[in-house]
Design a protein around this ligand. Structure first.
Ligand SMILES: *Cc1c(COP(=O)(O)O)cnc(C)c1O
Length: 391
């Protein structure tokens, strides 16, 4: 294909995307991520971020990052396995192991990279992967890599344990991996982890859990979904937690047994072939981890705001999904209607993003309301009243 034909094709495809009302664009924030953000000179209440504890613009964390940069420099200089693994990285991994209760952790620059490392490292030829249909895109991409390595990959209907058990029972794979989000990112519901863990034991499978939306939020001290359910940090469990959501900074970790993490360090391609995150990020995360560990008051505020929002939105014509987490999806259905509602709220100074297919199934376009401990009672009341007005 020559250059002009390629350009013609790209332009045509972008036109199609725009015609379907699915064109993507970014808004530029002229302020830090927080309860209120400035966009095009306009101040809006922010229900769009994953900053569940309001730590993204925490002054102590920002100071720790600045101090870390002055002490350790701006960059790590290389991949972890070459020369990029500095004292703050090592200390953070140990702190995360102590915090989660696992023997060991490995840190990554993003959750996307962490997920890309895990599934294809633990599942290749002769192995099988069983994944929930609504898993995050990064887990789906990781599954495709495992498939390219020769693994058998199967997706079971969302939360359908009977279907999963049938697949497990039929499988003759040497090594089985059950892979699931703990909190589903577009629905906010929880995976039935205790039952998944029982299935993992019964069929001698690994259980890989993506705790992106639970780390810092659920469980005692914000330890995450395993602690929330009182599940053990068992050898067969691998837990991925992200550090750019509730933790307010960026990056991710995988926690597991000494053996599993050592294996991941030796084999995980998206761990090996990428530059280590700047050490100042690790310094900031140590500060954030301290705030999370002692953050019961923040979590109590977050859950009070969630309860207030759910109570206030009950009885509106849109379905509020049964979510007990900070992700509160209001199903509008039609793409244009979801966009129109999101725009009307924007005009009133409320940022509640519309999420459309292909991110969510067709016909389930929604407002994805993200609640934060940074929100006041009055902020939540403002959103409830605005939605009532448009109902
Ligand atoms: C955000 C998210 C990720 C990716 O984490 P990043 O650090 O943003 O790359 C992975 N899984 C889930 C469920 C997420 O919501």
């Amino acid at each position: 294909m020559n250059e002009s034909r390629l350009n013609t094709r790209l332009a045509a495809e972008l036109d199609e995307i725009a015609a379907a009302g699915l064109a993507r664009r970014r808004r530029v924030l002229e302020s830090p991520c927080g309860r209120i953000v400035t966009v095009d000179g306009k101040k809006v209440l922010n229900f769009a971020s994953n900053d569940y504890l309001g730590l993204a613009d925490n002054r102590d964390i920002a100071q720790a990052m600045a101090d870390g940069a002055l002490r350790w420099g701006a960059g790590s200089g290389a991949a972890h396995l070459v020369s990029g693994h500095l004292t703050p990285h090592e200390a953070l991994e140990q702190a995360l192991a102590a915090f989660t209760g696992f023997e060991r952790t490995l840190t990554f620059s993003t959750g996307y990279l962490a997920n890309l490392a895990v599934t294809p490292t633990f599942a290749g030829r002769g192995d099988a992967v069983f994944a929930d249909k609504l898993n995050h895109a990064s887990l789906i991409d990781a599954m495709q890599l495992a498939k390219a390595n020769g693994a058998d990959v199967q997706r079971y209907p969302h939360g359908d344990l009977a279907a999963l058990e049938r697949l497990l029972a039929q499988s003759t794979a040497q090594n089985k991996l059950i892979v699931t989000d703990s909190v589903f990112s577009m629905d906010g519901d929880l995976a039935p982890l205790p039952l998944l863990y029982q299935l993992a034991k019964r069929y001698d499978a690994w259980l890989v859990i993506d705790d992106a939306h639970a780390f810092g939020v659920l469980g005692p001290h914000g330890q995450g979904s395993l602690a929330h359910f009182g599940l053990p940090t068992a050898q067969r469990i691998l837990l991925m937690g992200t550090l750019g959501k509730a933790a307010g900074v960026g990056g991710a970790f995988v926690a597991g047994s000494q053996l599993a993490i050592d294996y991941l360090l030796n084999k995980g391609r998206s761990y090996i072939f990428t530059t280590a995150a700047p050490p100042a990020i690790a310094c900031a995360l140590q500060k954030s981890l301290g705030i999370i560990r002692h953050g019961d008051a923040l979590r109590a505020t977050l859950f009070a705001r969630i309860a207030q929002l759910r109570e206030g939105l009950a009885g509106l014509p849109w379905q509020l999904l049964p979510s007990a987490t900070a992700i509160q999806p209001l199903i509008v259905g039609d793409n244009e209607a979801a966009l129109a509602l999101s725009r009307a709220l924007w005009e009133k100074g409320l940022w509640t993003p519309a999420i459309r297919p292909p991110t969510v199934p067709k016909g389930t376009a929604r407002l994805r309301i993200s609640v934060s401990a940074a929100h006041s009672e009055a902020d939540i009341a403002t959103l409830i009243n605005a939605l009532k007005e448009f109902a």
